[in-house]
Each structure stands twice: as structure tokens, then as C-alpha cells.
Design a protein around this ligand. Structure first.
Ligand SMILES: Cc1cc2nc3c(=O)[nH]c(=O)nc-3n(C[C@H](O)[C@H](O)[C@H](O)COP(=O)(O)OP(=O)(O)OC[C@H]3O[C@@H](n4cnc5c(N)ncnc54)[C@H](O)[C@@H]3O)c2cc1C
Length: 373
């Protein structure tokens, strides 16, 4: 089987790039390990930076029941709180619903899918890619877009530098119901971690936290950690005591890394988390993945219009990616140092209370301008 473009991974970056390429008349195969719809560890708050663009793609975000979010609350492990309006704001929608809606748009645009199929290796030879999949089919492609998320076995095969570094974080997510404000995103700190909560569709809320693996190891289990560590923050204690938890067990992911990555690796154009994951406290990874999906499709479109050679395509994409995202990732990594540290996050909160414009500046530095439709 031969395709001009194969996309590995059908999260936001993969789905958006597939829609754009198919609408530009380029034949695309998207290979996704799972089948839609499915849940993902993600805080499910999306910055309005990409709202007009998603609507332009054809998503009816109001129709899908997304919640409008206009306020941000930040609490320290001891429970002190700071609240601020969000200049740009955002919306809440589950990945279960959002990814399914984008998948439907991609199908309509003519994207071919192989679902429940995992890419196991990609080999670059004589100017073409050979792609090995779990269904043992060999696929050939001229261009491969790597949109497979934070970390997979492929990263090991490509010998990527970040795989040699420590990845000490664990992410946990629930959907819950309860009597909470719908227009507010909260970020509650606890020892060695932080937990976000915001409304999504159907009167539900997403509760999602990131913590160091050592916290879990010391506590012995997720439940013990939630009772003995997270619940020391009184705001989290209230949530864990009063909310209705809608899953039998949480969604969990391991070995999360925020180390820098390269946007082009082994001639593969990486988009979304596979090119670099911003710390979740910035609430902006999804907007970045959507933007990167659009950006990579634009560059590949230039290549197929004959404006770019492959070499220029790779250079131009790597440069565009750096210009758009490198600074945000750096600010995100630096800001994360203040979170989950009992004394530091208390100090940061006190400092932001005294100088509210500084908090707006940090939020701005981790977000982009509204994306043109
Ligand atoms: C704890 C936590 C909370 C977060 N909260 C927020 C938030 O509130 N707001 C926000 O904007 N961002 C948040 N993020 C970040 C956000 O989730 C990601 O940045 C975003 O999902 C990236 O999209 P993506 O398309 O790059 O990857 P993904 O959405 O992860 O998609 C990758 C896809 O590739 C598939 N795949 C993987 N390997 C293979 C393979 N070998 N073959 C085929 N398919 C494969 C996977 O099944 C998956 O569907 C959070 C992240 C974490 C860890």
C-alpha cells in the first residue's frame, strides 16, 4: 500500500493535519492505535486561542456542549486561593467528544484510517518511508507525520535524546459530577503535584492531576495518595469527599517528560506532543497540537505545490515550529518549578496576589495569539 502522506497517531495534531491535507486534495492515511471514541488523560480545558479555527474547520463547539470558561483559580497546598479573570478564556470539552467530532470531519474530508493499528517501526530508505504496523501490513509513504503523542516505543527506535532523560511524572484523570462553578478552571497544588478541574459537556467536570512518581510509590496506591497527599489541600479534600466519580477506575499515564525534542527526526515531521509537550499547568497543549497540525499541513501543502524540496520542507517546518512554540515550552518548564512545592507555591501565590499583572503576563507568555481561521 502506498500513500503520499501517512500520519501516525490520531489525536488533535494528527486529526487536524489529516483534515487540512485531505481538503487540499492530498491523499492521506492516518494510523491510530485505538478506535474512536476513547478517553485520554488530559485536563480537557482548551484555550480560546484555537476556538475560531476549530469552528472554521467545521466543529460546532456549542452544539457539542462545550463549557465556556472565563475565570482561573489557583490554590496552594495549604488552601490559600487566588482568582483572576482569564483574558482570552477557553472552553471545556472531553477528548472523548472532541476527537470523535474531528474524526468524523476527517472521514468526510476523505482521509483513510487504519484504526486499532499501531505503527511499530518506520524506516527511511532511498527517499521513501517503509512503515510497519501491528496488522503486519507494509505501508509506503513519501511524507510521514509523527503525531503519536508524548512517548511511544517509536521514540526508542528513533533513539531520541529525551528518552535517555528521566520522565518522573504520572497523570491521572476522572470525570466527575458535583455542585461546582462551570465558568472556572482551578489549579490546586499539593505536595509534588497539581490538579486541574474544569467543566466539560453534559454537566460533567474533568478532574486531572500530574504528580511525581515518587508520591505514588510512597503512598502505595492512587487511592491512598488521593486521601493522604492530595486531600491535604482543603479544596481537593472537598472535591474528593463530595463529587460523584463517574469512572470505575481513573485513566492513568506514566513516564511523562517535558524535555525538549526535535520537530524533525529521521525525516519525520513531528507535530503535537511528539515534537514537545508543554507542562499541563499552562492549559495549552491541546491548542499547541491543533496549531502544529495546521502548521505541518501547510508546509506539506507547499511541498506538494512544488514550492519546497524535501530538504527545504524539513528546514522550514523545524524553523516555523521553533518560532511558534520553543519559548512557550521554556516558560512552561520554568513556571512548573514553582508548583507542587509547598513553600514555593505559597510564595508564588503571595507574590501574584501582590502583583496581579504578573500572573496575566505569565499566562500570556505560555499562550499564542488567536489563530486565524
Ligand atoms: C496530566 C495532563 C493534563 C493535561 N491537561 C491539558 C489541558 O487541560 N489543556 C490542554 O490544552 N492540554 C492539556 N494537556 C496536554 C494535552 O493533552 C496534549 O498536549 C495533547 O493531547 C497533544 O495532542 P497530540 O495530538 O499531540 O497527542 P495525543 O492527543 O496524545 O494523540 C496521540 C495519538 O497517537 C496514538 N498513538 C500513539 N502511538 C501510536 C502508534 N505507535 N501507532 C499509532 N497510533 C499511536 C495514540 O493512541 C493517540 O491517540 C495535558 C497533559 C497531561 C499529561
Amino acid at each position: 500500500m502506498k500513500y503520499p502522506v501517512v500520519i501516525i497517531g490520531g489525536g488533535l495534531a494528527g486529526l487536524v493535519s489529516s483534515i487540512e491535507l485531505a481538503r487540499a486534495g492530498i491523499k492521506v492515511l492516518l494510523i491510530e492505535r485505538k478506535a474512536y471514541p476513547f478517553h485520554k488523560v488530559c485536563g480537557e480545558y482548551i484555550s480560546n486561542e484555537v476556538r475560531p479555527y476549530l469552528e472554521h474547520l467545521g466543529l460546532n463547539l456549542d452544539g457539542l456542549g462545550s463549557a465556556k470558561i472565563i475565570r482561573f483559580r489557583f490554590t496552594s497546598p495549604k488552601g490559600s486561593a487566588l482568582e483572576t479573570p482569564l483574558d482570552m478564556g477557553g472552553f471545556g470539552i472531553s477528548r472523548y467528544t472532541l476527537d470523535q467530532a474531528l474524526y468524523e470531519l476527517a472521514r468526510k474530508a476523505g482521509v483513510d484510517f487504519q484504526l486499532n493499528t499501531s505503527v511499530q517501526n518506520v524506516v527511511w530508505q532511498n527517499g521513501h518511508f517503509g512503515i510497519e504496523t501491528s496488522n503486519l501490513e507494509q505501508v509506503e509513504a513519501e511524507i510521514v507525520i509523527g503525531a503519536y503523542g508524548k512517548r511511544t516505543r517509536l521514540d526508542k527506535q528513533f533513539d531520541r535524546d529525551f528518552m535517555k532523560m528521566e520522565s518522573p511524572y504520572v497523570g491521572v484523570k476522572y470525570h466527575i459530577k458535583g455542585n461546582f462553578a462551570k465558568d472556572l478552571i482551578s489549579l490546586h497544588n499539593f505536595k509534588n503535584g497539581y490538579c486541574g478541574m474544569s467543566a466539560i459537556e453534559n454537566e460533567k467536570f474533568c478532574l486531572c492531576y500530574l504528580t511525581e512518581r515518587s508520591n505514588l510509590r510512597e503512598a502505595g496506591s492512587i487511592q491512598e495518595m488521593e486521601s493522604n497527599v492530595l486531600s491535604r489541600n482543603p479544596h481537593l479534600q472537598e472535591i474528593f469527599s463530595n463529587a460523584e466519580f463517574l469512572y470505575d477506575k481513573p485513566e492513568v499515564i506514566n513516564e511523562i517528560s517535558f524535555a525538549p525534542k526535535d520537530a524533525v527526526e529521521n525525516h519525520i515531521l513531528m507535530a503535537g506532543d511528539s515534537a514537545g509537550l508543554i507542562t499541563p499547568l499552562c492549559g495549552n497543549g491541546m491548542a499547541m497540537a491543533i496549531r502544529a497540525g495546521n502548521m505541518v499541513a501547510r508546509e506539506v501543502g507547499e511541498y506538494y505545490s512544488g514550492h519546497h524540496s524535501r530538504e527545504v520542507l524539513e528546514q522550514s517546518y523545524a524553523k516555523a515550529w521553533q518560532n511558534e512554540f520553543a519559548l512557550r515550552l521554556k516558560v512552561g518548564r520554568n513556571v512548573q518549578r514553582f508548583f507542587g512545592r509547598e513553600v514555593l507555591s505559597e510564595m508564588a501565590l503571595g507574590f501574584f496576589k501582590m502583583t496581579p499583572p504578573l500572573l496575566s503576563m505569565v499566562i500570556k507568555a505560555t499562550h499564542g495569539k488567536k489563530m486565524e481561521a
